[in-house]
Write a protein that binds this ligand. Structure first.
Ligand code: GDP
Length: 298
């Protein structure tokens, strides 16, 4: 929990300071709610989540007959936890062998880093992992993955054909043949606006389905928290194209935009499997709504 707190320092500092000034004195009135609205919007919660939270906090205040602005903090915490709680659905890889996890995201979101952390996370649970090097656009990225795999006991399927779908197909079949527990299918970074690349990733999904009609079992989007509201836009686009089942939100340690989780919860509640709060393996952690809000408000 301390690491989480450390990781969320930036968002907490900003949010905490602004909230302290909102809740610091005076009385609970419309001016105070106006200030609160500004604070929530500034933390990148977005218009819809902000309106929802304001309404919910007002209801809690009148229900409990709160008079002291200081008590509002607790009401806001409760509202926030309730709003983002539905995103807390841990990734469960039992039930499929191999479990096929497809990973998507824009360049620089933290996809490669997160895949490395995920591979080690699964290994720490005694699972064998095979990685499909589906970023066929960057030869260097492919080479890097192979070397990384050798060093870390992760099987890597790579080929020079340049066809990401073919790599995924081979990887799923290899995993079946070798009795591997988890296949992670990496894909090249792409923007939702690059329509030909979105078609390509849809094809990867279709071809995975050919290799295993029950899969892919998880289609995960990696998002950079620094992009704020754009992370919500990316979630919508990738979800529309692929049918997302999970999210990873990285770089929460480097940003004050941690409120975007509320926006995602309100507008496109795809389960938030993991959050990244730093660059080491321990810094990718399963998302726990209450811990997250506690760490923001400490
Ligand atoms: P990709 O292009 O999506 O594969 O992105 P990378 O995995 O290469 O990550 C881009 C940069 O972000 C690298 O410098 C990573 O070390 C860094 N990064 C990824 N996740 C996190 C995180 O949770 N916290 C921090 N501080 N940096 C991260």
């Amino acid at each position: 929990a301390d690491r989480l707190k450390m990781g969320l320092a930036k968002t907490r500092d900003k949010l905490g300071k602004s909230l302290a000034s909102v809740f610091g004195g005076g009385k609970i009135d419309d001016d105070l709610y106006d200030e609160l609205e500004t604070v929530l919007l500034t933390a990148d919660m977005g218009v819809d989540a902000t309106q929802h939270l304001l309404k919910d906090v007002r209801e809690r205040v009148s229900l409990k007959g709160l008079k002291d602005p200081n008590e509002l903090k607790g009401a806001l915490k409760d509202s926030l936890v309730e709003l983002i709680q539905p995103l807390q659905i841990p990734l469960n890889i039992d039930g499929h062998k191999p479990f096929i996890l497809m990973v998507a995201g824009v360049n620089g979101a933290g996809k490669t880093t997160s895949i490395g952390k995920l591979a080690k996370y699964f290994q720490s649970q005694g699972k064998s992992v095979l990685l499909a090097a589906g970023d066929t656009f960057r030869a260097a990225a492919r080479e890097q993955l192979v070397v990384w795999g050798e060093r870390n006991g992760v099987h890597v399927i790579a080929q020079e054909s340049g066809d990401a779908a073919a790599v995924a197909f081979d990887a799923v079949n290899a995993a079946k043949a070798r009795g591997i527990d988890v296949v992670i299918v990496d894909t090249a970074g792409r923007l939702p606006t690059q329509l030909h690349l979105m078609e390509e990733i849809k094809k990867v999904k279709r071809v995975v389905q050919k290799a295993d009609p029950t899969g892919p079992h998880e289609i995960m989007l990696v998002l950079d928290a620094n992009t704020g509201q754009n992370a919500l836009a990316q979630t919508k686009s990738f979800d529309d194209a692929l049918g997302l089942t999970g999210l990873v939100l990285t770089k929460l340690d480097g940003t004050a935009k941690g409120g975007v989780i509320a926006a995602i919860a309100k507008n496109r509640p795809v389960p938030l499997r993991f959050i990244g709060v730093g660059e080491t393996i321990d810094d990718l952690r399963p998302f726990v709504a209450k811990d997250y809000i506690d760490a923001l408000f400490e």
